[in-house]
Design a protein around this ligand. Structure first.
Ligand code: DGL
Length: 271
């Protein structure tokens, strides 16, 4: 077997939105090998039950750790992090670090003293899980918390509707919702949303601090790998991008999320 620190980092999402996180990881850890798994056969996760998402996330994690010999796994999806992180963390304790996209975000927000009232937007399943509210309230009881499910945003972005009049209209509708009034910070709790960060920022005229997970998660991973002596400084960071269902349209969309078009290989672990 390869030396542990030379083994790849596994990253997964319901589809290709998690490539925003993979890109931030590839940029901050350029020598690392990455294996990305997009569960495009089951996208979207955002309106499925926690039980089903947990089943999917368990199978993908097992594939990345056992078949692909990954040294760590990043759940690059808020919905899957909300549904499956605790189970996966406990299952692989002492075996491999499992990193979710929620906890690094909680840390980033609560350590910013300027934030007094935080809003969270995410898929229906992430909001319904109550995980952000529970963690914010427990870690910083003085912080006011508001949340809104914004289910149209992920499919809208996937269809290429951002920075245009359609996305402006949808965003206006959501951001003017009663639930989000008075916030001074907004967490983009879905890995698709970095693509609309600029539009959201423009809506608020810079008056609300916007947090997106890509960079905070990459920084957290770097930290963990360094602490556990799992990082590599040797060049040779090849990347592999796998999907459970291939369409040319998914492949084209990688351009939006990764900044360049990637080759996606079909690898069905459900058969
Ligand atoms: N990328 C997923 C997330 O972060 C949302 C997309 C989906 O509904 O599958 O929650």
């Amino acid at each position: 077997m390869e030396q542990r620190h030379r083994q790849p980092i596994g990253i997964f999402d319901s589809g290709i939105g998690g490539l925003t996180v993979a890109k931030a990881i590839a940029d901050s850890l350029p020598n690392e090998k990455i294996i990305y798994y997009g569960d495009t056969a089951h996208i979207p996760y955002g309106d499925k039950s926690q039980e089903l998402i947990s089943k999917y996330a368990s199978r993908i994690t097992e594939f990345l750790l056992h078949d692909k010999q990954c040294k760590a796994v990043v759940i690059a999806c808020n919905t899957a992090s909300a549904a499956a992180y605790n189970t996966l963390r406990d299952r692989y304790k002492g075996i491999a670090p499992i990193i979710n996209v929620i906890d690094p975000m909680i840390e980033a927000v609560i350590s910013d003293d300027a934030v007094k009232h935080v809003g969270v937007i995410a898929t229906k399943t992430t909001i319904a899980s109550g995980v952000y509210q529970e963690k914010f309230t427990r870690r910083k009881p003085s912080l006011r918390f508001s949340a809104l499910a914004t289910p149209l945003l992920a499919p809208m972005i996937e269809e290429g509707f951002y920075n245009n009049n359609i996305s402006h209209a949808v965003l206006e509708k959501y951001l003017r919702d009663e639930a989000l009034q008075g916030i001074d910070a907004l967490v983009l709790a879905c890995t698709h949303y970095p693509l609309i960060k600029k539009e959201i920022d423009a809506f608020y005229g810079g008056g609300v601090k916007i947090f997106d997970s890509a960079e905070v998660v990459a920084a957290k991973l770097k930290n963990i790998l360094t602490k556990e002596q799992l990082h590599t400084d040797l060049p040779g960071g090849t990347h592999e991008f796998l999907v459970s269902d291939y369409t040319r349209s998914f492949e084209k969309s990688t351009q939006m999320f990764y900044g360049k078009e990637l080759h996606l290989s079909l690898h069905n672990i459900w058969a």
